[in-house]
Design a protein around this ligand. Sequence first.
Ligand SMILES: *Cc1c(COP(=O)(O)O)cnc(C)c1O
Length: 409
Amino acid sequence: MHTEEVTGPVPSERLERVLTAPRPTPYLALDPQIAAVRYDRLAEAFAPARLLYAVKACPEPSVLAALVARGSGFDVASHQEIRLCLDAGADPALIQHGNPVRGPGDAAAAYALGVRRFVTDSAEDVEDLAEHAPDARVLVRLMVADSGSATPFFGKFGALPEEASRLLGAVRTAGLTAAGVTFHAGSQQTLPGTYADAVALALRVAGQAGLRRPELDLGGGWPVPYRDPVAGPDAFADAVGAAVTAAVSQGHVDGADLLLEPGRALVAEAGVLRARVLRVSRRPGVDHRRWVYLDVGRYQGLAETEGEAIGYPLRVPGRTGAPGPAVLAGPTCDGDDVIYRRTPCALPLDLQAGDLLDLLHTGAYTSSYASVGFNGFGPLPVVVAGATPGPGATPGPDAVEPPGVIEGS
Ligand SMILES: *Cc1c(COP(=O)(O)O)cnc(C)c1O
């Protein structure tokens, strides 16, 4: 199944230009055009499926605008994310509230902004939607296996098959539209077969609930070639297509209208996190390796290095010396603020305090995860390459977006 392999590209020329200018570190250099290219690639592989970008992966306005220009829809989890999408020009009809954890007032507020698509996974939430989102299209989220994922959900979301089938019935009884089924097979999901199994289950459930041609929302999880090659979009599209065909030939459904909610896959390669070495320490008796401390760590955007789930590729722009092993750690006084202990870090032996270090493919789940100031280290500034692509856009100077742009306006 892994016929087509995609390896990580080097950062784009536009990103390299951003990195050429001297700036205070750390910061995230971001090229929204890469997100647009990744969007096109995934959309082509799964055509005619609709893509709903999962905003939480990188909620920068420039990325949202680039994806609006491509015709993307959006998967959101909060009022603020809806506002960000609308501010970027998104059509509310293409916004899906995909977070079944809605508090009192959340569904009504989303509805008031024009959102008509919701994902649910509990009877309590269906009641809430019936009251506050009367003509909504509702998808029921199934719990599925997430083996092959680097960052699984551990059962936080989704209903088991029988309950999901009941919920689809409850949605219909409540006068809402039971549009279909969805799942999330875990992020950085490298196995096409895991999606195929989830599709088989989801279409069986939809069929049991009487949906002959359901919407089938495949969720996110589409993987990124961080340090290792991953199967390309075509391999995943083939696996999903075969599973849909099988469900049709088994009579569960007559067909399915596909949606995808990519997050990481659209934006990871659009970012480079530029950091600086604070210190290189020898630690006699503790570790034979050098410890390299950076001015960025777990709390300035590298949350996904928890458990070393994601191993970003590293490069040291100013040094060409022979490499040796190192432990990579963040700047704070927290014992958890170690970036890589087990993940190999071969860094130049002549590396010194003050040197630059780049973490590649860091466009996803970094700036949005940074703390507001743990230990006095602020959020991660984002430097956007050039102007937002789109009709009539002209290349402009790099724009520094203020940290914390999640603030709606
Ligand atoms: C986070 C999330 C996504 C995006 O996941 P990726 O693994 O980044 O593609 C999609 N859908 C939902 C509901 C999510 O919570």
